[in-house]
Design a protein around this ligand. Structure first.
Ligand code: FAD
Length: 331
């Protein structure tokens, strides 16, 4: 049977959610053995966990793999791909995947589709007759347009990095107890760079990833001094303040409050998006299907495409009004 590889990442508590999202994506590609590929320093427990979900697990366990290192990982995985020849290798389009996927695709000699949001196999139409191809949807031009691309697998298949959040993890582990294959790092492959230091987050820093209610602000806030009203609104709502990257770039709020693909991933119950256009880089950090309320002066802003309720209006007028109403309601 053909095989699909899923390069899995870890979180503090175990397998990263992206690993299970990729499992859903892999299962959607039809009948295949879906194998997790796991790399790390102390990953025996993680391998057992992965075996509950995946049909099989390839494990590289070595102290050199304690920190993600795309250069090292690519040189380790390319020979495995060359040996097993999976039809597709899936990675998460995270900081780790962003580094690893292109290097691995070059080494394995496969086409790469980066930042895919939807994948299907062997679709008719734009593939050569009789040739199985993999099609994917990815956004281009800063998320304004979606492109459908197809790739014909090379001898070592196709590599695809998938945007986190594009797929929903399966509800339950199959519990099948997939086979765990212990792999060894190929001879002569050693780290070429070193992690000098990891900097733990400031213990006093706000952790928006745990917040139930978030009031998120974008460039629409226009001026740093308008943030005072925003903090007041968040206080009235019992919410944490979050923001988009341009707000951090202007140093109006700390980086720890930035939501998005290069910021924090959040899973609130309620997300109030104020003066935020709704770029995919921002929304890529909003998980868990929260109730989204958006206010924006532009009725065509993409945020309205994902919002449960929206108001076309000026946040500078509406923030104080909203706070007043909320305080009234809460007595
Ligand atoms: C590699 C990469 C990584 C990135 N990572 C992230 C990330 O992690 N997080 C992130 O947020 N961005 C990220 N970005 C940036 C991202 O592409 C967008 O530029 C950014 O999200 C836009 O932020 P914004 O919505 O605040 O600003 P804009 O896109 O400028 O939108 C501002 C919105 O405010 C509205 N507005 C203006 N004035 C008002 C008003 N008075 N009242 C109401 N509405 C008003 C406008 O109509 C507009 O829709 C990344 C970009 C790259 C290239």
């Amino acid at each position: 049977m053909r095989e699909i590889f899923v390069v899995v990442e870890r979180s503090r508590d175990g397998l990263a959610e992206s690993a299970l999202e990729l499992l859903t994506a892999a299962r959607g590609l039809g009948e295949a053995t879906v194998s997790a590929v796991l790399m790390g320093a102390d990953v025996a427990d993680l391998a057992s966990e992965a075996a509950q979900w995946f049909d099989s697990v390839y494990v590289f366990e070595d102290p050199a793999l304690e920190h993600p290192d795309g250069d090292l990982q690519a040189r380790i995985l390319a020979p495995l791909i060359d040996r097993e020849k999976p039809l597709v290798t899936l990675l998460a389009h995270t900081n780790t995947g962003l580094e690893l996927a292109p290097m691995l695709a070059v080494r394995a000699g496969t086409p790469l589709i980066a930042d895919a949001m939807d994948i299907e196999s062997s679709a008719a139409g734009d593939c050569e007759a009789g040739v199985e191809c993999i099609r994917a949807v990815r956004s281009v031009f800063g998320g304004k347009v979606q492109a459908r691309v197809s790739a014909i697998p090379a001898e070592n298949g196709v590599m695809i990095s998938v945007r986190p959040g594009a797929y929903t993890p399966p509800d339950m582990a199959s519990g099948a107890g997939g086979a765990v294959h212990s792999e060894t790092i190929p001879e002569g492959v050693a780290p070429r760079r070193q992690c000098v230091e990891t900097v733990p987050p400031d213990p006093g820093a706000v952790d928006i990833s745990q917040a139930e209610v978030l009031v998120a602000i974008g460039r629409g806030i226009e001026d740093e001094e308008n943030l005072e009203d925003l903090h007041s609104l968040a206080d009235a709502m019992g919410a944490e303040v979050a923001c988009t990257r341009p707000v951090v770039d202007r140093k109006w709020l700390e980086k720890t409050r930035q939501v998005g693909t290069s910021g924090v991933t959040v899973k609130p119950r309620v997300y109030l998006a104020l003066g935020i256009s709704g770029s995919f880089q921002h929304l890529g950090g909003v998980k868990g299907d929260p109730f989204i309320a958006a206010i924006n002066t532009d009725p065509a802003a993409p945020i309205f495409g994902v919002a449960d309720v929206g108001i076309v209006g000026d946040i500078l007028d509406l923030i104080p009004l909203l706070e007043e109403k909320i305080r009234e309601r809460r007595g």
